[in-house]
Write a protein that binds this ligand. Structure first.
Ligand code: FES
Length: 914
């Protein structure tokens, strides 16, 4: 039932026909098409839908449309007579406070509310003002910095790089203005007319056989339904997956479900019909089977296989052996060992999966949020039984990914539905659906040993790690292979033996999440280093510095690091802070038995790119006869800023300012394959491709102009001027013959990082370069309540070269916030924490002061020396926090997250009741 409601939105009266109990967010988005108001949870948990109602911030998903009648609604699209929202927009842009940008409209409006109430707001008051809005990308630091600037009346400064000097500048991200104005279009913001909607019916059981009866009567009872799709309707192969040889996940389960949330049918029809359909109306009969939940159950002798052909449920094994680990331990003066456990961790990107598909003749187009358009293209083609060229993937803005949008989610089923109905079909995952059915960080069970000689020099390291990959393979093999390489940490260790297994269970699939298992392994190694420091009477900084890898050293996989191994510089940059902060904490503790302070330290390294695999990227730049310069960039920007960073690199290589370019991002019809946005590879791998494309285009221009390599380019309209010393030549681009693509000049760059395959012992060159970091964490522990507050983090990161320091800092802030969640807060439990009020992520009030020290040890292989920073940002944080808790209290924590009941048990020597 609908009724007419009059809304005063951004000063304009709108008469809309809407159900009075429809949420205001829904009415704004779907009826007024004001999609700057985002929806992340529909439960008031994430705050992404924040608007101003009569000037006060509210969650528009909780306000019935009827309640807003006659009241003033301000959305991000609104004009702002006071200028406050405009000043906030500029400050957000200048500070890089919008990464993916899905939270940005809400943050700006919440900040406007806060500053109107309290124009002199201090940092704490600003954190309170935006405390109801979650951001998963930024760690809130730059958001609060931006708001504080507005509170202080500081002018926003937006540097515009000179031609040829973009690399190293803090230029604003190229998609930033669209984000701060609410114009950036995410998956759910695309609203094709005449679209059908799709909803998946999902299994409530983790393991079951099922049958579906006659659907004809169901369709007759529900005329709003166009189709009910089942496994029988998949035109091609009913399976997808990351690896060509392990396509083990069905688009629609075919008589067997292996996890809670497996889709068994797809409802396609009007929105009201699919949303209002009672699942009990399906003739669906389950025969529930015993579910293997957790590693122990799946590895138990006699456990039934979850997938045919994998009798022991071990999907894959990883291994690395170097030297003689037994002899190495025997040569040590001390040996530390331990068992460690980590939980499922949810990506909690604020944007749930969303998009639409449409059939265009004999082709299908899928417009959706993704981290990997070409992988999506391959899986959609496979599922439809079409050639690759018949599938077009158009990535939308991506409201956070962190690895979770590498796997396809709704793309294949949307494509099937649109293909069969010949109508556009939309789908938006609910928050619960997104959390229940998509990948997580692998829970790990790790045993490790580390030995050192009397001077603290490491002599041997070994690790056995099992990783719960859930019901489907996803990135399990990647985790199993990446961990053995990284597990000893960024240290010289002559004797190493690491073994890993990725294990199928009936749990939610675990996949890629910022670090591919390395954060879990780093918790083990860094804890053992603290153990050895204590045993040998060496301080925690010195033992790390003494063993730190540096240029010329050989890694556990036998790779010689020829350059850009900046861990010593990172540790040196933190040295004074670490010792001063530790001494201050100890002095405080002398008079404080209940509240204890501590300071922890941890290091990390991280290989940029895929492990020992070809993972090339290709970039193109084209110049049209009218002077339009287009950067065809296939790398999806998930908020980290690759669109801007790659443009900075390409612009400098060409010799024109980045403002002269327009960018086309990720569309598989228009851009080349740049590989997926993962493994901290885009700055390094696609950055090299962008550099080569710029250089190629420059070479062609200079060749035509017969100019030397130092020539300066200027582009004004269709006039391209090449000044070479006193000589100058202007080319009228419109006079040149265009090629078949319409370009008069084009440049292309292709780069594949130089790696080698690993042998049976894990020896080889798995990565062309590594990021390094050290982090110090200061914590305060309430020993009675068993709670931990992180009060400060100092983070030194060797990024080779900071192409855009603002974006580098933003990555580090965001990674640290996620590392804090990993250490202290976040544990996904299938069936129990499938929303953002039971699954808690850090809010603005949880993130401490973060002091970033950027170390630039240029890598000759990197574009202008640059390396990746996306995953390195997170890896050291959790072990640094654990180290801090131990310094504060003596409690050696081996299971994360350190929830209060676990810390209480550790402090009081009891068993934690799980
Ligand atoms: Fe805040 Fe991405 S920028 S959620």
């Amino acid at each position: 039932m609908t009724r007419d409601v009059t809304l005063l939105v951004n000063g304009v009266a709108h008469r809309v026909e809407a159900p009075p109990f429809a949420s205001l967010a829904d009415t704004l988005r779907e009826r007024l098409h004001l999609t700057g108001t985002k929806v992340g949870c529909e439960a008031g948990d994430c705050g992404a839908c924040t608007v101003l109602l009569d000037g006060e911030q509210v969650c528009a998903c909780l306000v019935p449309t009827g309640q807003a009648e006659g009241r003033a609604v301000t959305t991000i699209e609104g004009a702002d007579p006071s200028g406050l929202i405009d000043r906030l927009r500029e400050a957000f842009l200048a500070h890089g406070a919008a990464q993916c940008g899905i939270c940005t409209p809400a943050m700006i409006l919440a900040a406007a509310d806060g500053l109107r109430r309290n124009p002199q707001a201090d940092r704490r008051a600003v954190e309170d003002a935006v405390g109801g809005v979650l951001c998963r990308c930024t760690g809130y630091v730059k958001i609060v910095d931006a708001i504080m600037d507005v509170a202080r009346g500081a002018d926003a400064v937006l540097p515009v790089p000179e031609p040829g000097a973009a690399v190293g500048t803090r230029m604003a991200r190229i998609d930033g203005r669209a984000k701060v104005e609410g114009r950036d279009r995410f998956g759910a913001d695309h609203q094709p007319e005449d679209a059908l909607w799709l909803r998946l019916v999902r299994s409530p059981h983790a393991a079951a056989r099922f049958t579906i009866g006659d659907l004809g009567p169901v369709l007759a009872r529900h005329p709003g339904l166009t189709r009910i799709l089942t496994a029988r309707d998949i035109p091609g192969a009913n399976s997808f997956g990351v690896f060509p040889h392990i396509k083990d996940q069905p688009v629609l389960a075919d008589g067997l479900v292996r996890m809670r949330g497996d889709p068994v049918a797809a409802l396609v029809g009007t929105r009201a019909a699919v949303e209002g359909f009672p699942d009990a109306d399906l003739p669906l009969i389950y025969e529930v089977l015993p579910a293997l939940s957790g590693l122990e159950a799946a590895l138990a002798p006699g456990a039934p296989p979850i997938h045919a052909g994998v009798p022991d449920n071990v999907l894959t094994r990883g291994r690395l052996t170097r030297g003689d680990v037994a002899a190495g331990h025997a040569a040590g003066a001390a040996t530390a060992s331990g068992a460690f456990e980590t939980a499922f961790v949810e990506h909690a990107y604020v944007e749930p999966e969303a998009g639409f598909a449409r059939r265009v003749g004999d082709r299908i187009e899928v417009t959706a949020c993704t981290q990997a358009p070409v992988m999506d293209q391959e899986d959609v083609a496979r599922v439809l039984g079409l050639p690759l060229a018949a599938v077009r993937i158009v990535p939308t803005a991506c409201g956070g990914g962190f690895g979770g949008k590498l796997d396809v989610s709704l793309q294949p089923i949307l494509a099937v539905a649109a293909w069969l109905t010949r109508r556009p079909v939309r789908m938006i995952f609910t928050r619960t659906e997104s959390m229940a059915a998509t990948t997580k960080r692998h829970p790990a069970r790790i045993r490790a040993r580390l030995s050192a000689d009397g001077q603290g020099r490491f002599t041997a390291f070994e690790l056995d790690g099992d990783f719960n990959t859930g019901a489907y393979a996803s990135w399990g093999p990647t985790v199993a292979n990446r961990v053995p390489v990284h597990a000893p940490g960024p240290y010289r260790v002559p004797h190493v033996r690491n073994r890993t297994r990725a294990v199928y269970t009936n749990d939610t699939p675990a996949g890629a999440f910022r670090g591919f298992g390395v954060p879990q392994a780093t918790i083990a190694a860094e804890t053992l280093i603290d153990d050895l420091a204590g045993m040998l009477g060496i301080d925690r900084w010195t033992i790390r510095r003494r063993n730190a890898l540096e240029a010329g050293d050989t890694t556990a996989s036998g790779q010689v690091l020829h350059a850009s191994a900046g861990l010593p510089e990172c540790l040196d940059a933190l040295r004074d802070d670490f010792f001063r902060m530790a001494a201050e904490a100890e002095a405080f503790n002398a008079g404080s038995p209940r509240i204890r302070r501590g300071v922890g330290l941890a290091c990390m390294w991280y290989g940029c790119g895929n492990t020992s695999m070809s993972n090339p990227s290709r970039m193109r730049i084209v110049l049209g006869p009218d002077g339009t310069l287009t950067f065809l960039n296939g790398a999806v920007d998930i908020g980290q800023g690759s669109s801007t960073v790659l443009l900075q690199i390409a612009a400098d290589a060409l010799g024109l300012g980045p403002d002269r370019f327009r960018s086309v991002i990720g569309d598989t019809d228009l851009t080349c394959d740049a590989g997926k946005t993962s493994a901290s590879r885009q700055t390094f791998v696609s950055g090299n491709a962008a550099r080569l494309a710029g250089e190629d285009l420059r070479r062609r221009i200079l060749s035509l102009a017969n100019a030397g390599p130092q020539a300066r380019l200027t582009l004004e309209g269709a006039r391209l001027t090449i000044a070479d010393g006193p000589a100058s030549r202007t080319i009228d681009l419109s006079s040149l013959p265009p090629d078949e693509t319409g370009a008069v000049f084009s440049g292309e760059g292709w780069y594949d990082p130089p790696t080698t395959a690993l042998d049976a012992d894990g020896q080889g060159i798995p990565y062309a370069t590594y990021g390094f970091a050290a982090q110090v964490a200061a914590v305060e522990v309430d020993t009675v309540l068993a709670t931990v507050r992180v009060t400060r983090i100092v983070a030194a990161h060797d990024v080779g070269r900071a192409v855009n320091p603002t974006l580098v800092e933003g990555q580090i802030h965001g990674g640290i916030a996620q590392g804090l969640g990993l250490a202290l807060m976040e544990e996904f439990i299938p069936g129990r924490t499938e929303n953002l009020h039971d699954y808690l992520i850090p809010t603005a009030g949880d993130v401490p002061e973060i002091d970033v020290r950027i170390i630039e040890d240029p890598d000759p292989e990197g574009p202008y020396g640059a390396k990746g920073v996306g995953e390195p940002a997170l890896v050291a944080t959790a072990p640094a926090i654990l180290s801090g808790i131990r310094h504060a209290t003596g409690a050696r924590l081996t299971r994360v997250p350190v929830l209060p009941h676990r810390l209480h048990a550790a402090l009081h020597g009891t068993e934690a009741a799980e």
